[in-house]
Design a binder for this molecule. Structure first.
Ligand code: GTP
Length: 343
């Protein structure tokens, strides 16, 4: 794009001095239109960069917060509760000549080894095998066994940045330098980035650092695309976020949301009308009661907030039904985990 912009500038100057004729002007406009993203493959990818970036780390270190800040809009679901991100989610951001394609990964579970956790760990390994850059996120000043287990999965050869996140919570900044030195001995990190995913300036700096590691190639997506996940997936993530928000720390992370119906129907009153049915699957009757709440109040709030958010997200009128079902022990049952879509 840079090359194209320069040519456009030159043409404008010569046009102003009367040196460019109408045919040349038409040719130039056609050439610029062909190079514009979203109108088909660029005719000339000169100067464009594009690549995959995996954001990896143990649960709760701030991976979703980081990706949302980098993509500039909420895509992945964040919450104070660990393990809310189960799926591989991509966020896309195009800035200047560079397209950053982010892969968020589930928190790496080391403590329990149920079928669900094994499936999560497989997703992490799958996500980092074929990327151009890994952002390994840890909490600044801390390195635990869980961090070490994630780090041990990395294949040599993929440049890895150590993202020392939540720097704003470190009171003794003097401790960071020796800690970084000890990290240098653990892995050949390409660079160290002490930062806070909640600080705009740090996010800006991070784009500049990541850019260098992405190969020169034509963009894969249109300039304004943010995610390639389906609306159905976003619907289940939205219900799940509300579920965890309204149940706090009481509900185990093994609870999940399955979308049973996602239909777009014709409507005279609304430009889009979506009929969605979701089932929250829990392990125990007591969890079901907790979600439903006194006289169904809690489930009503979960559904209402999810519907309102989905209407904004999908620019549509949404009719949402939410059910709660008990499936005891499903997190231990490999076939069931697969039937819910966690490969
Ligand atoms: N103070 C501070 N808090 C942060 C920062 N980044 C993230 N957090 C908080 O840390 C908590 C966990 O953040 P998430 O982004 O959900 O973490 P995650 O790594 O995606 O977690 P999982 O989905 O469980 O794998 C949230 O309460 C965030 O608000 C930061 O830079 N500073």
């Amino acid at each position: 794009m840079n090359a194209m912009n320069t040519e456009a500038g030159d043409a404008h100057e010569s046009g102003a001095s009367g040196q460019i004729d109408q045919n040349q002007q038409n040719d130039l406009e056609a050439m610029l239109a062909a190079a514009r993203p979203g109108t088909g493959a660029p005719a000339d990818a000169a100067g464009q960069r594009c690549g995959l970036i995996a954001i990896v780390g143990k649960p709760n270190v701030g991976k979703s917060t980081l990706m949302n800040a980098l993509v500039g809009q909420k895509i992945s679901i964040t919450s104070r509760k660990a393990q809310t991100t189960r799926h591989r989610i991509t966020g896309i951001r195009t800035r200047g000549a560079t397209q950053f394609v982010f892969v968020d990964t589930p928190g790496f579970q080391t403590r329990h080894s149920t079928a669900l956790n094994k499936s999560l760990n497989k997703t992490v390994i799958g996500a980092i095998g074929d990327v151009d850059l890994i952002l390994f996120v840890v909490e600044a000043g801390s390195f635990t066994l869980a961090d070490a287990k994630v780090l041990s999965l990395f294949k040599p050869g993929i440049p890895t940045l150590l993202i020392a996140n939540k720097l704003d919570t470190v009171h003794r900044r003097a401790d960071i330098a020796p800690w970084l030195k000890s990290m240098q001995e653990r892995h050949p990190f390409a660079e160290f980035v002490p930062m806070s995913a909640k600080k705009r300036d740090d996010i800006e700096r991070l784009y500049g650092i990541c850019e260098k590691y992405l190969p020169e190639q034509a963009w894969w997506y249109a300039e304004d695309e943010l995610t390639d996940r389906s609306e159905k997936f976003l619907a289940s993530e939205t219900v799940r976020e509300k579920l965890f928000r309204f149940t706090g720390d009481e509900l185990p992370y093994t609870s999940t949301v399955v979308i049973d119906k996602f239909d777009e129907e014709a409507s005279k009153q609304h430009k889009r009308f979506l009929r969605i049915a979701a089932t929250i699957v829990v392990e125990r009757d007591s969890h079901k009661a907790m979600i439903i709440g006194e006289k169904g109040e809690r489930l009503k709030r979960i559904s209402t907030e999810a519907r309102q958010e989905l209407e904004k997200l999908m620019d549509a009128k949404v009719f949402l039904e939410v059910w709660v079902k008990v499936r005891s022990g499903w997190a231990d049952d490999e076939a069931r985990v697969r039937s819910f879509g966690y490969e």
